[in-house]
Design a protein around this ligand. Structure first.
Ligand code: AMP
Ligand code: MG
Length: 416
């Protein structure tokens, strides 16, 4: 087991242990946010035929060569879903509606707004370019096209595309099941009695939400007392999961039993202690032969638990779900204040991200960086990365910030 390792090394070790889970078939309508486990090849051409992009008249461009207005005979009508077999001959037009196939012979559609009714026909007032307002067959998708690759996240456009190809079921990666354990004699459920210094085991709630947001299915093992036998009983119930995440009890205190109990259950600890703040006391382990879950022993302090989850558990979940981009996006921002620390540990500083006077992004701390201040996480837009060996970041300097809101920007974090 390694101890006191850099963040980058810890990230490499956890990602190395994570594999995408197998595929399952789900209804496409239920697949929002899932990650594709198959290559989708189109068996259709869309649109299947040249069709009209407008309500108007289908005609031959050659008939529009002379000066406008031009009168044409209207010989029929075709609506979306309809068909017209006979050709449009010279001097003729067919009334057409958006989405309807352009009849044989015709090659151009004139918008209805550019026409007026004439005796037995239509008067073209404005002649468009040849081929105007016609959507070519296969302009969207051609039969045999690879439209989605494995690893693609299924969002709204992907689900629409699948539907248009007639796909009502789709193969996606399974979602990891994450067992969440809280440990500590002082902990109670949210509706419990908090007299006598007891506190709510809030980590079970923030961590479960982080799991969901990352694409996993959390389930709660409950609260273990600071007693090896109780801890063992609850941890055993989590051995069927893909991931086991416990918080608290991983330090070196007399009441910290998580490490020895995990080892007793056959878990091999890969590392303990990461050179970061918040969150030094972090354990990661795995079972031999890839039988049991990957195991994280996160620190108990609410902010430390959330920040270490962000750095290590979330990327593992994302990799298990088949995501190609396991990390949060990062942005450059200008630091709005001076920051100092000792060398040795990488600090993740909770910051607001705001637009500065000249429109550039500015990072400002949310205030105290105590790892007990959970409210700071509700305020933070991101985590500023204060590198391990740096001791000072000056106001005005460009800094790198992990964006916690996944929708904030779409740039992938290239670094640990
Ligand atoms: P420990 O790692 O057991 O020393 O816990 C560190 C701090 O985190 C203590 O103040 C605990 O009360 C607190 N803590 C532990 N577990 C939780 C939890 N599940 N939810 C909220 N706070 C916790
Ligand atoms: Mg404790």
């Amino acid at each position: 087991m390694r101890t006191g390792i850099p963040v980058e090394e810890a990230r490499a070790l956890v990602l190395d242990a994570a594999r995408p889970l197998g595929a399952e078939t789900v209804a496409a309508r239920e697949a929002l946010g899932r990650v594709l486990a198959e290559r989708v090849v189109s068996s259709r051409t869309l649109p299947p035929a040249d069709c009209s992009a407008m309500d108007g008249y289908a005609l031959r461009a050659a008939d529009l060569a002379g000066p406008t207005p031009i009168e044409l005979r209207v010989v029929g009508e075709v609506a979306a879903g309809g068909q017209r077999e006979s050709d449009v001959a010279p001097g003729e037009a067919v009334r057409i509606f958006t989405g309807a196939p352009v009849p044989p012979g015709a090659d151009t559609v004139v918008r209805q707004e550019d026409t007026e009714a004439a005796d037995g026909g239509v008067r073209i007032l404005v002649a468009p370019e040849p081929g105007a307002n016609v959507r070519d067959a296969g302009e969207d998708v051609r039969s045999g096209d690879v439209v989605l690759e494995p690893g693609a996240r299924l969002g709204a456009p992907e689900l629409g595309l699948l539907a248009s190809l007639g796909r009502s079921v789709v193969a996606v990666h399974q979602r990891p099941r994450v067992a969440i354990l809280s440990g500590g004699d002082e902990l109670v459920e949210p509706d419990g009695d908090v007299s006598g210094g007891r506190i709510v085991a809030s980590n079970a709630y923030s961590l479960a939400a982080q799991c969901r947001e990352a694409g996993a299915e959390p389930f709660n093992l409950g609260i273990a007392r600071d007693d090896p036998a109780d801890l063992e009983r609850l941890l055993r119930a989590g051995l069927q999961a893909d991931l086991l995440v416990s918080s608290a009890g991983v330090s070196v205190g007399d009441h910290d039993h998580v490490r020895p109990v995990l080892e007793k259950l056959g878990c091999r600890l890969v590392f303990w202690g990461v050179l970061m703040k918040p969150g030094y006391p972090l354990a990661f382990g795995r079972f031999e032969g890839e039988r049991g879950p990957l195991v994280f022993g996160l620190p108990g302090n609410p902010v430390s638990a959330m920040v270490t989850f962000e750095q290590f558990v979330r990327p593992v979940i994302r990799r298990m779900t088949g995501h190609r981009a396991p990390f949060r996006p990062r942005v450059d921002a200008r630091l709005a204040e001076d920051l100092e620390k000792k060398a040795g540990r990488l600090h993740f500083v909770r910051v607001f991200l705001e637009s500065g006077p000249d429109g550039t992004l500015e990072a400002r701390t949310t205030g105290t960086q105590s790892s007990g201040v959970l409210r700071s996480m509700t305020l933070a837009d991101g985590l500023l990365v204060f590198p391990a060996e740096a001791t000072r970041l000056a106001r005005g300097q460009t800094v790198s910030v992990q964006v916690l809101d996944p929708e904030f920007f779409a740039r992938e974090d290239p670094l640990p």
